[in-house]
Design a protein around this ligand. Structure first.
Ligand code: C2E
Ligand code: MG
Ligand code: MG
Ligand code: MG
Length: 285
């Protein structure tokens, strides 16, 4: 009796938390069927060269068109998919579909430089034994060169990574696939650790870009980004910045020597045809 009263009290205390838990549970159980039914789709956000403003490629960002809840962003379901292991087939689908899309852009692009494709990888995908072979097969089927693919792994996924975890990434890097360290600067950044990692791109987290909202930006923020860029370049890493929302930010990040930018200032994530159009407009002036 005391137990059930306690249970009731708990439920009544926070009905919203309860509703959230129910939704979470509902979403989790609906995930496998959603993959079978094709309820996931990908939006593409351009990656822009800061020096000349040209579109160089896009990041693939997955969404779920849920029959009841409408479009759900990845923050709503990727953690659930990671928890249940569905992230492995889901992540493989994202890779396959976005690489296929990159192959289609390449064919339609004619003489213009082929667009590169960035795909996010979960830590669970890194430890899955099929990663390297799946990637090789997917690139081959789409007729896309490994050099046109960039796999994004978060800094936190690689912190403290041992050699076994890094092996598949090394294999992919040797094949010519770029590996990017995503959300860089949000973990505790052990800069010396960078030397061990098979990465060729640093993606500076949006929090740095936010510090550049004013013009001129906070001098300490400028110094920090300047330091990271110069370290990255001295290690032969390219620097991409996330979350560029204004022209002032773009200009300051360009002056600081960042190579590539991504953000609402250029374009929100959108359907594949729009990315193709943006790239074409850009190539033909
Ligand atoms: P991320 O890889 O850091 O992706 C960048 C996020 O920033 C995206 O959110 C994008 O829509 C958002 N963004 C882009 N430009 C701006 C801007 O100018 N201002 C602001 N405020 N935000 C901007 P999104 O699409 O909600 O994705 C969130 C995260 O979900 C991604 O962060 C990535 O970690 C994860 N994710 C997305 N797709 C996949 C996937 O296929 N597999 C895995 N494992 N994770 C994914
Ligand atoms: Mg990313
Ligand atoms: Mg990122
Ligand atoms: Mg981020």
């Amino acid at each position: 009796r005391a137990k059930s009263a306690g249970g009731n009290r708990f439920e009544l205390a926070d009905p919203e938390a309860d509703a959230r838990a129910i939704t979470r549970h509902g979403l989790t159980t609906a995930l496998p069927a959603a993959l079978d039914r094709g309820e996931f789709f990908i939006e593409y956000q351009p990656l822009v060269h800061l020096g000349d403003g040209s579109v160089r490629g896009a990041e693939a960002l997955v969404r779920w068109l849920h029959p009841q809840h409408g479009v759900l962003g990845p923050d709503r379901f990727i953690p659930l998919a990671e928890h249940t292991g569905l992230i492995v087939p889901l992540g493989r689908w994202v890779l396959e579909e976005s690489v296929r899309q990159a192959g289609e852009w390449r064919e339609r692009g004619g003489d213009t430089d082929p667009l590169r494709i960035n795909v996010n990888l979960s830590p669970c995908q890194l430890t899955h034994p099929g990663l390297v072979q799946d990637t090789v097969d997917i690139l081959e089927r789409a007729g896309v060169a490994p050099e046109a693919l960039c796999l994004e792994v978060t800094e936190s996924a690689l912190i403290g990574a041992d050699d076994d975890l890094l092996k598949p990434l090394r294999r992919l890097a040797e094949m010519g696939v770029d590996i990017a360290l995503d959300d860089f600067g949000t973990g505790y950044s052990n800069l010396a650790n960078l030397r061990r990692l098979p990465v060729s791109v640093l993606k500076l987290d949006r929090s740095f870009t936010q510090g550049m909202q004013q013009f001129p930006a906070d001098p300490v923020d400028l110094k920090i980004v300047e330091g990271i860029v110069s370290l990255a370049h001295s290690l032969n890493l390219a620097v991409t910045v996330e979350g560029v929302e204004t022209g002032a930010q773009a200009e300051q990040l360009r002056i600081l020597g960042c190579d590539t930018a991504q953000g609402w200032y250029y374009a929100r994530p959108g359907p594949p045809d729009r990315l193709h159009e943006l790239a074409l407009v850009d190539a033909t002036g």
